[in-house]
Design a protein around this ligand. Sequence first.
Ligand code: F6P
Length: 341
Amino acid sequence: MRVGVLTGGGDCPGLNAVIRAVVRRGVQEYGYDFVGFRDGWRGPLENVTRELGIPQVRGILPRGGTILGSSRTNPFKEDRGVERITENLAALGVEALVAIGGEDTLGVATKLADLGVNVVGVPKTIDNDLSGTDFTFGFDTAVNIATEAIDRLHTTAESHHRVLVVEVMGRHAGWIALHSGLAGGANIILIPEQPFDIERICTLVEQRFRLQYSPIIVVAEGAVPAEGTMATVTGQIDAFGHVRLGGIGDRLATEIEARTGKEARAVVLGHTQRGGTPTAFDRWLATRFGLHAIAAVHDGDFGKMVALRGTDIVRVDLIEGTGALKTVDPSLYSEAEVLFG
Ligand code: F6P
């Protein structure tokens, strides 16, 4: 059988580890051959492929990014998008697809599976906001990068008696902010799920300075002020309707400085959270996801996503992963709030 593989959406440490595991097991155990589709859904849509076999996956386990490239192409926004994909798959003799992606890429996979395309999904995103799985790969690496940055910022904040606002990724879900903020001992953590009160933040900042320490605030890029308390901005929209974010860190720092008189600076971690080599946990998870995804193809178990439950890899319906975002439960946030200030 010929199997296509694609990686879509924001890149993420561990993508290459999944590709390697899919190909290694697929070739060695099942005798499959593979087609690598370039740049997410753009590949099957525009018939852009690259060779994908054992030689192409040698040495890529620890490498960040994706050897297949990625994009945020949405075939459902393109003229004859679905027809072009099915025609191209048929012309190449591709009978099954392994789609590695987050809510958008797997959202497309869910719709294509409903239309009869043989697809198995692998949940990828540093945001950890896909339902149905305890963790997505890439998240652990992003949390570790952010935690290291927070550790480093504590000492410089204290030397200069400054507030440091650390902006991390997470447009709809605050998992990176919550986990790295707890791990790095942040004094305040702000997430998209809980609109913040700027007055309360300033009170906590002043309280922290009275203890002779400098506050570190970790803010998810999608965090928003409670209505009417601070101005908000909007950005460009992508093919999946998401606003391009960034800027809350700077706006918070400016507001805190104006309200408290304390110097405040913002550090935006941005794409450093997605770059470079995956942690051991992400390599382990990505590799196991890949091994199980190609096993699902072999079993003809299409329309499924592999998922982590405890330490087991299971298969769930794609819609379970993409139907609703997994956001931070209020009880988890309250737990963290005990340590604010
Ligand atoms: O979905 C992963 C992610 O890194 C989000 O955390 C972030 O909001 C978005 O991608 C940024 O996307 P881009 O790199 O396309 O600007």
